[in-house]
Design a protein around this ligand. Structure first.
Ligand SMILES: [Fe+2]
Length: 370
């Protein structure tokens, strides 16, 4: 068994206490503030007793901290409820990640928890799934979105119609080809997950494409680290301006946290403009953006498929880019409905499903599903 060592701060240990009076019993939120602890808080004694670390503090408090929880908090053991980590993909998944809506159910009570876990595992790993066999009727998407999370309104409405229009408020509402893009990089917050529900898809063309932005970022970093660095460093402004809606935000095409972990891609080349600053290497930025555009729109890296009536494309808008081929609206009707939800919905659904399954079965049984 591996051994670990850590210097643990007295406040860090003190604030983990779940003893009576420390946290509210229902929501487990802390009942005191940093001002209520002595600035010079120290530890009198700390010893392992059974399954706990028992700690006595200089303010007189005594707590028993489960070792298993400390191991998770310190990263020594995986969080058993944490959604799976993303797995970059560069070719279509085989088999295609279809999920039968009937296995998820319209309410948590009628869902098969193992099917829910399988659906969410595929989504968190690959950034997309297609839900099949929902009713192919306008308005269905609202119910689907409500089942999976909290619907997020935006300048196109709570539910928006994607079809060719005479005065389109977005190029999505024309019949032209759409290159791989993420939606609404100009908004705060950027929509987390997009749902596209197919009501009918009878026009020639209009096939859907998806591509992995995480894999694209990794490919650029491997092949051209200097261009990748310029793309990461250069600030970009996105602007959506319809006269009625004017939304502007700044950020970066590729965003990582300070530990180098990928956070998101914002990629929509019809709306972006670099924000030049002295010392910026815009040659490298534009070359890097060109490389990304070519990689993301290379059919070898994309999955192309056709949405059938009742299908719902469910994708991570902070990671996976979507597009579509051109279609001919004079030769058939094409009508999709779209909506966004935040990541909180699938995140909490995964954690609660894991909690339920772990309560019902020995943990080793459930762990094999991940
Ligand atoms: Fe889009």
């Amino acid at each position: 068994m591996a051994t670990h060592e850590a210097d643990l701060h007295p406040v860090w240990l003190r604030e983990r206490s779940q003893e009576a009076g420390q946290v509210e019993a229902t929501n487990r939120q802390r009942l005191y503030t940093p001002r209520d602890l002595p600035a010079d808080l120290g530890i009198v004694t700390a010893a392992v007793t059974g399954e706990d670390l028992t700690v006595a503090f200089t303010d007189g408090h005594l707590t028993h901290l489960p070792l298993v929880d400390l191991a998770v908090a310190l990263g020594w053991a995986p969080d058993p409820e944490a959604p799976p980590a993303p797995e970059p993909w560069t070719t279509p998944l085989d088999p295609f990640p279809y999920v039968d809506w009937a296995t998820l159910g319209w309410t948590a009570a009628e869902a098969d928890p193992r099917a829910v876990l399988a659906f969410l595992t595929a989504f968190f790993r690959h950034g997309y799934v297609v839900l099949r066999n929902t009713p192919a009727e306008p308005g269905t998407l609202r119910r689907v979105a409500d089942r999976l999370g909290y619907i997020s309104g935006n300048n196109f409405g709570w539910i928006f119609d994607v079809r060719a229009e005479v005065a389109p408020t977005d190029l999505a509402y024309t019949p032209i080809e759409l290159l791989a893009h993420t939606d609404q990089p100009y908004r705060r917050p950027i929509p987390g997950i997009q749902l596209l529900h197919c009501v009918c898809n009878e026009a020639p063309g209009g096939d859907s494409t998806l591509v992995d932005g995480l894999a694209a970022a990794q490919a650029l970093e491997r092949a051209h680290p200097d261009l990748h660095a310029a793309v990461v460093a250069t600030e970009v402004e996105w602007r959506y301006d319809m006269g009625t809606d004017t939304v502007v935000d700044r950020g970066h095409l590729l965003e990582y946290d300070r530990f180098g972990r990928f956070r998101r891609i914002r990629f929509n080349t019809k709306l972006d403009a670099a924000v030049p600053r002295p010392g910026d290497d815009l040659d490298a930025f534009y070359l890097g953006r060109r490389h990304l555009t070519e990689w993301l729109n290379d059919p070898a890296h994309q999955v192309t498929f056709r949405l059938e009536p009742g299908d719902v494309m469910f994708m991570d808008n902070l990671r996976v880019l979507h597009g579509r081929t051109a279609f001919d609206p004079s030769r058939g009707h094409r009508h999709l409905q779209g909506a966004y939800i935040d990541h909180d919905g699938p995140d909490t659904m995964y954690r609660l499903t894991m909690r339920r399954l772990r309560a019902e079965h020995p943990p080793t049984t459930v762990r094999t599903m991940r």
